[in-house]
Write a protein that binds this ligand. Structure first.
Ligand SMILES: Cc1cc2nc3c(=O)[nH]c(=O)nc-3n(C[C@H](O)[C@H](O)[C@H](O)COP(=O)(O)OP(=O)(O)OC[C@H]3O[C@@H](n4cnc5c(N)ncnc54)[C@H](O)[C@@H]3O)c2cc1C
Length: 329
């Protein structure tokens, strides 16, 4: 429930007896320059623990005369009982009515506020559901395992837990953690979000201020520094990013096998990488090193200069790094 717009904004969490009474007192003065938001998780305001019972035998332990919402108007509750036909013909000080009537009374107070201009806005409080299986979320988790992304941003610890739980269900938790420890950067909004990853030995980074805007800036500032690797190879400037490679500034889109191959080759620029090691780096779990030859062939074509990846006879492949320049870049 939201009171009329005002300069001072107050949020009351819990729309039981205390919450409703506090809202009523705050909004009682029609000239109060105040906006009150009352948040309640039950479907009805005013019931709370004490007044949600529907049993007639569950009566108030204070007489009707002592239960007014307003101390300066002790008969307020009693008048409501009379107006609604619930007041027995007895001394109000000796009347103890069922508790559910008090919930109705409190709800009636909110009705009075509504009549005076307050609005009721139902708000759905957070709900956590696991994302559907085999959908976009699973593709995201599989993509992390294959190091298809430069970074993944997390804005809550449950989101981290959700990714890790789904990775476990998919049987790829080890690959996901390994990707987070190496090529995929986990960028978290703050330390609480990062904690489940930190506990698992995953390096994370976060902005100084725990705000979404600051996280976005952090990603755009840090990621290029963390992720990109620039090498001088066969007379070209090779810029290796998370999902593509730039050759002399021109973007070359590579297949996952091509990206995996060039990443493995650039791990130690210029060093020979065996076919077996390259096979291990390729997506999937193939055992035939012909897959490596095919991947290298396609990689060379995609890069546009076959000399960028050299064959080292009987040993494997290497990037044709221009000696002396690799360290300088
Ligand atoms: C059995 C019983 C009988 C009582 N009888 C009397 C009596 O006769 N007379 C008397 O003066 N006092 C009585 N009391 C005391 C009375 O309950 C309290 O004075 C009063 O109800 C306390 O109000 P409250 O708002 O703090 O708690 P509640 O009335 O329980 O309200 C708390 C509200 O917060 C909501 N909430 C909790 N967490 C969240 C969340 N995360 N987000 C949104 N909403 C949330 C709950 O759903 C609930 O509606 C009785 C108490 C009990 C338990």
């Amino acid at each position: 429930m939201t009171g009329r717009p005002g300069r001072l904004a107050i949020i009351i969490v819990g729309g039981g007896a205390s919450g409703v009474l506090l809202a009523a007192h705050l909004l009682r003065d029609p000239d109060a320059d105040i906006r009150v938001t009352l948040i309640e998780k039950r479907p009805a305001f005013g019931q709370g623990l004490a007044y949600s019972t529907t049993l007639e035998d569950h009566i108030l332990n204070v007489s009707a005369f002592g239960m007014s919402a307003y101390a300066d108007d002790p008969e307020h509750f009693w008048r409501w009982l009379e107006d609604t036909g619930h007041a027995p013909d007895r001394n109000p000080r000796k009347v103890f009515v069922p508790r559910h009537l008090y919930a109705d009374y409190l709800a009636g107070i909110l009705d009075e506020l509504r009549a005076a201009g307050a609005q009721v806005v139902p708000i759905r409080v957070y709900r956590w559901h696991p994302p559907p299986r085999n959908g976009d979320f699973d593709q995201l988790v599989a993509g992390i395992a294959e190091a298809k992304f430069d970074a993944v941003s997390f804005t809550s610890a449950p989101a981290v837990a959700s990714v890790l739980m789904r990775a476990t269900e998919m049987g790829i938790e080890d690959k996901v953690l390994s990707a987070f420890r190496t090529e995929v950067h986990a960028m978290c909004v703050g330390p609480v979000t990062a904690r489940p990853l930190v506990r698992l030995g995953v390096p994370t980074s976060a902005p100084e201020r725990m705000r979404l805007g600051a996280l976005a800036r952090h990603i755009t500032d840090e990621l290029p520094l963390l992720q990109s690797r620039t090498l001088r190879v066969a007379g070209h400037l090779l810029d290796i990013r998370g999902t593509c490679v730039l050759v002399d500034g021109a973007v070359k889109a590579l297949s996952p096998a091509g990206m995996a191959t060039i990443r493995a080759l650039s791990h130690r620029p210029g060093a020979v990488v065996s076919r077996t090691d390259l096979l291990g780096a390729l997506p999937g779990s193939g055992t035939d090193t012909h897959a490596v030859e095919t991947a290298v062939l396609r990689l060379r074509t995609a890069l546009g200069d076959k000399n960028i990846v050299s064959t080292v006879v009987k040993r494997g492949y290497r990037l044709a790094v221009d000696e002396g320049l690799a360290q300088a870049l």
